[in-house]
Write a protein that binds this ligand. Structure first.
Ligand SMILES: [Ca+2]
Ligand SMILES: [Ca+2]
Length: 421
Protein backbone atom coordinates (compact mmCIF):
# COMPACT_ATOMS: atom_id res chain seq x y z
CA UNK A 1 0.00 0.00 0.00
CA UNK A 2 1.19 3.47 -0.76
CA UNK A 3 0.10 6.44 1.30
CA UNK A 4 0.66 9.97 0.19
CA UNK A 5 0.57 13.43 1.54
CA UNK A 6 -2.73 14.15 -0.12
CA UNK A 7 -2.76 17.91 0.26
CA UNK A 8 -0.02 18.46 -2.26
CA UNK A 9 0.24 16.90 -5.66
CA UNK A 10 3.45 14.96 -5.88
CA UNK A 11 3.81 14.73 -2.14
CA UNK A 12 6.17 12.36 -0.46
CA UNK A 13 5.21 8.75 -0.76
CA UNK A 14 5.80 6.17 1.90
CA UNK A 15 5.58 2.51 1.17
CA UNK A 16 4.20 0.34 3.92
CA UNK A 17 5.99 -2.96 3.73
CA UNK A 18 4.00 -4.43 6.58
CA UNK A 19 1.18 -5.31 4.20
CA UNK A 20 -1.58 -3.97 6.41
CA UNK A 21 -3.97 -1.12 5.87
CA UNK A 22 -2.64 2.27 6.79
CA UNK A 23 -4.53 5.55 6.67
CA UNK A 24 -3.67 9.17 7.23
CA UNK A 25 -2.29 12.22 5.58
CA UNK A 26 0.24 14.99 6.11
CA UNK A 27 2.76 12.42 7.13
CA UNK A 28 5.80 14.51 6.45
CA UNK A 29 6.45 18.24 6.60
CA UNK A 30 8.09 18.62 3.19
CA UNK A 31 6.39 17.98 -0.12
CA UNK A 32 8.21 18.03 -3.44
CA UNK A 33 6.74 18.48 -6.87
CA UNK A 34 8.12 19.32 -10.28
CA UNK A 35 7.02 22.12 -12.57
CA UNK A 36 8.14 21.33 -16.09
CA UNK A 37 7.76 23.21 -19.34
CA UNK A 38 8.85 22.43 -22.88
CA UNK A 39 12.31 23.49 -23.94
CA UNK A 40 12.15 26.98 -25.33
CA UNK A 41 15.02 27.73 -27.72
CA UNK A 42 14.19 31.43 -27.52
CA UNK A 43 14.86 31.42 -23.78
CA UNK A 44 17.76 29.20 -23.06
CA UNK A 45 18.46 31.27 -19.98
CA UNK A 46 15.40 29.75 -18.36
CA UNK A 47 15.45 26.37 -16.80
CA UNK A 48 12.57 24.23 -18.04
CA UNK A 49 12.14 22.37 -14.75
CA UNK A 50 11.66 23.71 -11.26
CA UNK A 51 11.60 21.70 -8.10
CA UNK A 52 9.01 23.12 -5.72
CA UNK A 53 9.51 22.35 -2.05
CA UNK A 54 6.57 23.08 0.25
CA UNK A 55 6.11 23.16 3.97
CA UNK A 56 3.00 21.06 4.34
CA UNK A 57 2.62 20.62 8.06
CA UNK A 58 5.11 22.43 10.24
CA UNK A 59 4.15 25.64 12.02
CA UNK A 60 7.83 26.43 12.25
CA UNK A 61 9.66 27.51 9.10
CA UNK A 62 11.69 24.75 7.50
CA UNK A 63 15.38 24.94 6.70
CA UNK A 64 17.70 22.30 5.45
CA UNK A 65 19.34 20.97 2.35
CA UNK A 66 18.20 19.01 -0.65
CA UNK A 67 20.34 16.70 -2.73
CA UNK A 68 19.78 14.52 -5.76
CA UNK A 69 20.41 10.84 -5.08
CA UNK A 70 19.14 9.30 -8.32
CA UNK A 71 19.96 8.87 -11.22
CA UNK A 72 23.35 8.01 -9.86
CA UNK A 73 25.16 9.56 -12.82
CA UNK A 74 23.73 12.96 -11.92
CA UNK A 75 24.01 12.40 -8.18
CA UNK A 76 27.77 12.23 -8.64
CA UNK A 77 27.63 15.55 -10.43
CA UNK A 78 25.17 17.71 -8.54
CA UNK A 79 25.87 19.16 -5.13
CA UNK A 80 23.38 19.62 -2.28
CA UNK A 81 21.85 23.05 -2.03
CA UNK A 82 20.27 24.74 0.96
CA UNK A 83 16.84 26.18 1.55
CA UNK A 84 15.75 28.24 4.53
CA UNK A 85 12.75 29.98 6.03
CA UNK A 86 9.99 28.08 4.27
CA UNK A 87 6.94 28.88 6.40
CA UNK A 88 3.88 26.69 6.81
CA UNK A 89 1.94 26.64 3.56
CA UNK A 90 4.74 28.31 1.63
CA UNK A 91 6.99 26.96 -1.07
CA UNK A 92 10.38 27.57 -2.52
CA UNK A 93 11.13 26.96 -6.19
CA UNK A 94 14.57 25.69 -7.15
CA UNK A 95 15.54 25.68 -10.81
CA UNK A 96 17.08 22.49 -12.11
CA UNK A 97 19.72 22.26 -14.81
CA UNK A 98 18.81 20.35 -17.96
CA UNK A 99 18.67 16.75 -16.83
CA UNK A 100 17.88 13.61 -18.79
CA UNK A 101 16.00 11.22 -16.55
CA UNK A 102 12.75 9.36 -16.16
CA UNK A 103 12.49 10.43 -12.54
CA UNK A 104 14.59 12.25 -9.99
CA UNK A 105 14.94 11.11 -6.41
CA UNK A 106 15.87 13.69 -3.83
CA UNK A 107 16.89 13.48 -0.21
CA UNK A 108 15.75 16.33 2.01
CA UNK A 109 17.63 16.80 5.27
CA UNK A 110 16.06 19.29 7.65
CA UNK A 111 18.30 21.18 10.03
CA UNK A 112 16.78 19.31 12.95
CA UNK A 113 18.08 16.08 11.45
CA UNK A 114 14.90 14.65 9.95
CA UNK A 115 15.46 13.20 6.48
CA UNK A 116 13.04 12.33 3.70
CA UNK A 117 13.33 10.71 0.29
CA UNK A 118 11.02 11.78 -2.49
CA UNK A 119 10.84 11.17 -6.22
CA UNK A 120 9.43 13.40 -8.91
CA UNK A 121 8.75 12.41 -12.49
CA UNK A 122 10.87 14.25 -15.05
CA UNK A 123 10.41 12.02 -18.11
CA UNK A 124 12.83 13.98 -20.27
CA UNK A 125 15.52 12.72 -22.63
CA UNK A 126 17.66 14.31 -25.31
CA UNK A 127 18.70 13.00 -28.69
CA UNK A 128 21.85 14.61 -30.00
CA UNK A 129 22.58 15.53 -33.57
CA UNK A 130 24.48 12.69 -35.14
CA UNK A 131 28.03 13.82 -35.73
CA UNK A 132 30.42 11.20 -36.95
CA UNK A 133 29.10 7.98 -35.55
CA UNK A 134 27.95 9.11 -32.14
CA UNK A 135 25.96 11.67 -30.19
CA UNK A 136 27.06 14.07 -27.51
CA UNK A 137 23.69 14.36 -25.81
CA UNK A 138 23.31 13.40 -22.14
CA UNK A 139 22.99 9.65 -21.86
CA UNK A 140 20.37 7.61 -20.09
CA UNK A 141 21.22 5.98 -16.77
CA UNK A 142 18.92 3.03 -16.13
CA UNK A 143 20.42 1.37 -13.08
CA UNK A 144 18.32 2.02 -9.97
CA UNK A 145 16.63 -0.84 -8.20
CA UNK A 146 13.30 0.98 -8.16
CA UNK A 147 13.35 1.01 -11.96
CA UNK A 148 13.22 -2.78 -11.91
CA UNK A 149 10.06 -4.85 -11.73
CA UNK A 150 10.43 -8.53 -11.02
CA UNK A 151 12.44 -10.76 -8.76
CA UNK A 152 16.00 -11.58 -7.94
CA UNK A 153 17.93 -8.62 -9.30
CA UNK A 154 21.25 -8.44 -7.48
CA UNK A 155 22.44 -5.08 -8.77
CA UNK A 156 23.71 -3.15 -11.76
CA UNK A 157 25.86 -6.01 -13.03
CA UNK A 158 22.78 -8.25 -13.13
CA UNK A 159 20.79 -5.77 -15.19
CA UNK A 160 21.23 -2.08 -16.02
CA UNK A 161 21.82 0.10 -19.03
CA UNK A 162 23.65 3.13 -20.28
CA UNK A 163 21.97 4.42 -23.42
CA UNK A 164 22.26 7.22 -25.90
CA UNK A 165 19.91 8.60 -28.53
CA UNK A 166 20.87 10.53 -31.64
CA UNK A 167 19.25 11.59 -34.86
CA UNK A 168 19.72 13.05 -38.29
CA UNK A 169 17.25 13.94 -41.00
CA UNK A 170 16.83 10.31 -41.97
CA UNK A 171 17.02 8.22 -38.84
CA UNK A 172 16.86 7.83 -35.10
CA UNK A 173 19.90 6.09 -33.60
CA UNK A 174 20.01 4.17 -30.36
CA UNK A 175 23.20 3.03 -28.67
CA UNK A 176 22.13 0.88 -25.74
CA UNK A 177 24.72 -0.85 -23.59
CA UNK A 178 23.03 -3.36 -21.32
CA UNK A 179 24.96 -4.81 -18.41
CA UNK A 180 23.69 -8.33 -17.84
CA UNK A 181 25.65 -11.15 -16.26
CA UNK A 182 23.94 -13.95 -18.21
CA UNK A 183 22.60 -13.61 -21.74
CA UNK A 184 19.70 -15.90 -22.59
CA UNK A 185 17.44 -15.61 -25.61
CA UNK A 186 15.85 -18.65 -27.19
CA UNK A 187 12.60 -17.04 -28.31
CA UNK A 188 11.67 -15.67 -31.70
CA UNK A 189 9.35 -13.14 -33.31
CA UNK A 190 6.85 -11.50 -31.03
CA UNK A 191 7.90 -13.70 -28.11
CA UNK A 192 11.37 -12.20 -27.70
CA UNK A 193 10.22 -10.22 -24.67
CA UNK A 194 10.50 -13.46 -22.70
CA UNK A 195 14.27 -13.56 -23.19
CA UNK A 196 17.00 -10.95 -22.94
CA UNK A 197 15.96 -8.12 -25.26
CA UNK A 198 15.10 -4.48 -25.41
CA UNK A 199 11.84 -2.76 -26.26
CA UNK A 200 11.45 0.78 -27.52
CA UNK A 201 8.30 2.85 -27.44
CA UNK A 202 8.32 5.80 -29.82
CA UNK A 203 5.54 8.29 -30.56
CA UNK A 204 6.12 10.80 -33.36
CA UNK A 205 2.91 12.69 -32.69
CA UNK A 206 3.10 13.08 -28.94
CA UNK A 207 1.27 16.37 -29.08
CA UNK A 208 -1.88 14.50 -30.07
CA UNK A 209 -1.90 12.64 -26.77
CA UNK A 210 -4.03 9.53 -26.70
CA UNK A 211 -5.18 10.26 -30.26
CA UNK A 212 -1.74 9.77 -31.79
CA UNK A 213 -1.62 7.27 -34.65
CA UNK A 214 2.18 7.46 -34.97
CA UNK A 215 3.14 5.09 -32.19
CA UNK A 216 5.57 2.20 -32.47
CA UNK A 217 6.55 -0.48 -30.02
CA UNK A 218 9.71 -2.19 -31.21
CA UNK A 219 11.81 -5.06 -29.93
CA UNK A 220 15.38 -6.18 -30.61
CA UNK A 221 17.09 -9.35 -29.46
CA UNK A 222 20.24 -11.37 -29.94
CA UNK A 223 19.29 -15.02 -30.00
CA UNK A 224 21.44 -17.77 -28.55
CA UNK A 225 22.08 -18.99 -32.11
CA UNK A 226 23.63 -15.63 -33.00
CA UNK A 227 20.78 -14.27 -35.09
CA UNK A 228 19.17 -10.90 -34.42
CA UNK A 229 15.42 -10.42 -34.18
CA UNK A 230 13.84 -7.06 -35.08
CA UNK A 231 10.16 -6.92 -34.24
CA UNK A 232 7.30 -4.44 -34.15
CA UNK A 233 4.32 -5.05 -31.89
CA UNK A 234 2.60 -1.72 -32.49
CA UNK A 235 2.75 0.23 -35.71
CA UNK A 236 1.74 3.69 -36.89
CA UNK A 237 -1.25 3.95 -39.19
CA UNK A 238 -0.37 2.43 -42.55
CA UNK A 239 2.66 0.44 -41.38
CA UNK A 240 2.76 -3.24 -40.56
CA UNK A 241 3.42 -5.01 -37.30
CA UNK A 242 5.69 -8.03 -37.33
CA UNK A 243 9.27 -8.52 -38.48
CA UNK A 244 11.07 -5.31 -39.40
CA UNK A 245 12.75 -5.06 -42.77
CA UNK A 246 16.36 -4.64 -43.81
CA UNK A 247 16.04 -0.85 -43.76
CA UNK A 248 15.94 -1.07 -39.96
CA UNK A 249 19.54 -1.69 -38.91
CA UNK A 250 20.24 -3.50 -35.67
CA UNK A 251 23.64 -4.75 -34.63
CA UNK A 252 23.61 -6.60 -31.32
CA UNK A 253 26.91 -7.75 -29.87
CA UNK A 254 27.55 -9.71 -26.71
CA UNK A 255 30.73 -9.42 -24.66
CA UNK A 256 30.37 -12.29 -22.20
CA UNK A 257 33.54 -11.45 -20.34
CA UNK A 258 32.42 -7.90 -19.70
CA UNK A 259 28.85 -9.01 -19.06
CA UNK A 260 27.52 -6.50 -21.56
CA UNK A 261 25.26 -6.56 -24.59
CA UNK A 262 25.30 -3.63 -26.97
CA UNK A 263 22.38 -2.76 -29.19
CA UNK A 264 23.18 -0.35 -32.02
CA UNK A 265 19.99 0.52 -33.85
CA UNK A 266 19.33 2.86 -36.76
CA UNK A 267 15.63 3.36 -37.31
CA UNK A 268 14.48 5.28 -40.39
CA UNK A 269 12.13 8.06 -39.36
CA UNK A 270 9.78 7.14 -42.18
CA UNK A 271 9.42 3.75 -40.49
CA UNK A 272 8.11 5.56 -37.42
CA UNK A 273 5.22 7.44 -38.98
CA UNK A 274 2.62 6.75 -41.57
CA UNK A 275 2.72 8.14 -45.10
CA UNK A 276 1.40 11.65 -45.24
CA UNK A 277 2.12 12.49 -41.63
CA UNK A 278 4.29 15.57 -41.27
CA UNK A 279 6.84 14.78 -38.59
CA UNK A 280 8.05 17.82 -36.67
CA UNK A 281 11.54 17.31 -35.21
CA UNK A 282 11.11 20.42 -33.07
CA UNK A 283 8.31 18.84 -31.10
CA UNK A 284 8.97 16.43 -28.27
CA UNK A 285 8.64 12.79 -29.26
CA UNK A 286 7.32 10.12 -26.95
CA UNK A 287 9.97 7.68 -25.77
CA UNK A 288 10.28 4.69 -23.45
CA UNK A 289 13.04 2.07 -23.16
CA UNK A 290 12.57 -1.31 -21.54
CA UNK A 291 15.07 -4.10 -20.82
CA UNK A 292 13.83 -7.65 -20.50
CA UNK A 293 15.72 -9.99 -18.20
CA UNK A 294 16.22 -13.73 -18.49
CA UNK A 295 19.24 -15.38 -16.87
CA UNK A 296 18.38 -18.92 -17.88
CA UNK A 297 15.34 -19.73 -15.77
CA UNK A 298 12.61 -17.83 -17.52
CA UNK A 299 11.77 -14.15 -17.64
CA UNK A 300 12.70 -12.66 -14.29
CA UNK A 301 11.54 -9.11 -14.81
CA UNK A 302 12.32 -5.89 -16.60
CA UNK A 303 13.74 -2.41 -16.16
CA UNK A 304 11.87 0.47 -17.67
CA UNK A 305 12.98 4.00 -18.43
CA UNK A 306 9.79 6.05 -18.51
CA UNK A 307 6.57 4.06 -18.63
CA UNK A 308 3.92 2.71 -20.97
CA UNK A 309 5.32 -0.67 -22.04
CA UNK A 310 5.94 -2.88 -19.02
CA UNK A 311 3.13 -2.54 -16.53
CA UNK A 312 0.53 -1.29 -18.99
CA UNK A 313 0.45 -0.60 -22.71
CA UNK A 314 -0.22 3.12 -22.57
CA UNK A 315 1.81 5.33 -24.87
CA UNK A 316 0.59 8.48 -23.16
CA UNK A 317 2.92 7.42 -20.34
CA UNK A 318 6.00 7.64 -22.57
CA UNK A 319 8.46 10.39 -21.65
CA UNK A 320 9.50 13.39 -23.75
CA UNK A 321 12.38 12.99 -26.16
CA UNK A 322 13.82 16.24 -27.50
CA UNK A 323 15.83 16.02 -30.70
CA UNK A 324 18.58 18.57 -30.27
CA UNK A 325 19.30 20.81 -33.20
CA UNK A 326 21.90 23.54 -33.14
CA UNK A 327 19.83 25.82 -30.93
CA UNK A 328 18.74 23.18 -28.46
CA UNK A 329 22.14 21.54 -28.43
CA UNK A 330 23.67 24.67 -26.99
CA UNK A 331 21.13 24.65 -24.20
CA UNK A 332 21.73 21.11 -23.15
CA UNK A 333 25.18 19.97 -24.12
CA UNK A 334 26.96 22.13 -21.59
CA UNK A 335 25.58 20.00 -18.82
CA UNK A 336 24.71 16.41 -18.19
CA UNK A 337 26.02 12.87 -18.29
CA UNK A 338 27.79 12.46 -21.57
CA UNK A 339 27.33 16.06 -22.56
CA UNK A 340 30.25 17.63 -24.37
CA UNK A 341 32.81 15.08 -23.23
CA UNK A 342 31.27 12.29 -25.24
CA UNK A 343 31.46 11.85 -28.94
CA UNK A 344 35.17 11.26 -29.10
CA UNK A 345 34.96 7.68 -30.19
CA UNK A 346 36.01 6.27 -26.85
CA UNK A 347 34.83 2.86 -25.86
CA UNK A 348 34.51 1.20 -22.50
CA UNK A 349 32.08 3.48 -20.77
CA UNK A 350 32.34 2.12 -17.30
CA UNK A 351 30.73 4.08 -14.56
CA UNK A 352 33.86 5.33 -12.86
CA UNK A 353 35.40 6.75 -16.00
CA UNK A 354 32.11 8.23 -16.95
CA UNK A 355 31.79 9.96 -13.61
CA UNK A 356 35.21 11.50 -13.94
CA UNK A 357 34.39 12.76 -17.39
CA UNK A 358 31.10 14.18 -16.21
CA UNK A 359 32.72 16.33 -13.62
CA UNK A 360 35.11 17.63 -16.21
CA UNK A 361 32.23 18.42 -18.49
CA UNK A 362 30.42 20.38 -15.82
CA UNK A 363 33.43 22.44 -14.95
CA UNK A 364 34.04 23.23 -18.59
CA UNK A 365 30.46 24.22 -19.17
CA UNK A 366 30.04 26.48 -16.20
CA UNK A 367 29.56 30.09 -16.99
CA UNK A 368 29.86 29.52 -20.70
CA UNK A 369 26.43 30.87 -21.45
CA UNK A 370 27.89 34.30 -21.37
CA UNK A 371 25.44 37.03 -22.13
CA UNK A 372 23.21 38.22 -19.38
CA UNK A 373 19.59 38.19 -20.22
CA UNK A 374 16.39 39.69 -19.01
CA UNK A 375 14.45 38.51 -16.04
CA UNK A 376 12.72 35.17 -15.98
CA UNK A 377 9.90 34.65 -13.58
CA UNK A 378 9.49 31.91 -11.05
CA UNK A 379 7.10 31.17 -8.27
CA UNK A 380 3.66 32.55 -7.72
CA UNK A 381 2.34 36.05 -7.34
CA UNK A 382 4.00 37.37 -10.46
CA UNK A 383 7.13 38.07 -8.51
CA UNK A 384 10.07 38.59 -10.82
CA UNK A 385 13.16 36.67 -9.98
CA UNK A 386 16.61 36.46 -11.44
CA UNK A 387 16.50 40.08 -12.56
CA UNK A 388 19.53 40.94 -14.66
CA UNK A 389 21.05 37.56 -14.38
CA UNK A 390 21.52 34.52 -16.50
CA UNK A 391 19.02 32.42 -14.66
CA UNK A 392 19.83 29.11 -16.17
CA UNK A 393 23.55 29.42 -15.61
CA UNK A 394 22.76 30.49 -12.07
CA UNK A 395 20.64 27.41 -11.49
CA UNK A 396 23.23 25.14 -12.96
CA UNK A 397 26.04 26.66 -10.93
CA UNK A 398 23.99 26.33 -7.79
CA UNK A 399 23.78 22.59 -8.24
CA UNK A 400 27.32 22.16 -9.41
CA UNK A 401 29.18 24.51 -7.07
CA UNK A 402 31.77 22.76 -5.03
CA UNK A 403 30.59 24.66 -1.98
CA UNK A 404 28.04 22.18 -0.73
CA UNK A 405 26.57 24.24 2.07
CA UNK A 406 26.13 27.57 0.41
CA UNK A 407 22.76 28.99 1.33
CA UNK A 408 20.94 29.43 -1.95
CA UNK A 409 18.49 31.86 -0.44
CA UNK A 410 20.96 34.29 1.02
CA UNK A 411 23.13 34.20 -2.07
CA UNK A 412 20.50 35.10 -4.56
CA UNK A 413 17.52 36.23 -2.60
CA UNK A 414 15.18 34.33 -4.85
CA UNK A 415 14.76 30.95 -3.32
CA UNK A 416 12.07 31.79 -0.83
CA UNK A 417 9.20 32.14 -3.26
CA UNK A 418 6.07 32.89 -1.32
CA UNK A 419 7.94 33.58 1.88
CA UNK A 420 8.23 37.28 1.49
CA UNK A 421 6.13 38.22 -1.49
CA1 LIG B 1 21.17 -10.81 -15.43
CA1 LIG C 1 19.99 -11.94 -18.79
Amino acid sequence: MTITNNLFKGGLQLVNEAGVKVGGSNLVPVALRLEKTALDPAHKERSNAKLVLSNATDSAALSGKIELVQPSAYAALLKPIRFAGVAYGDSTAIDLPYLAAASLKFKVTLDDGRTYLSSVKLAQTFGGSMTGDTSDAPRIDLSAQDEYAGGGRSGAADLSADAGVAWDDEKLYFDIIVRDDVHKQSYGGGDIWQGDSIQLGIDLNRGAGAASKQVSELGFALRDDGSVVKWRWKAPDGLQTGALGADVEATVTRDAEAGATRYAIAMPLDQLHGAGFDFDPQAALGFTLLLNENDGSGREGYMEYNQGIGASKDFTLFGDLYLLDGRLQRMVAAFGPGGRERGKGEEGRNVDRRGARLRGAAAGGRGSDGARRGAGCIGGGGRAAYADTDAYASARDKWTDRIADTDAGSRDGHAHAGGNA
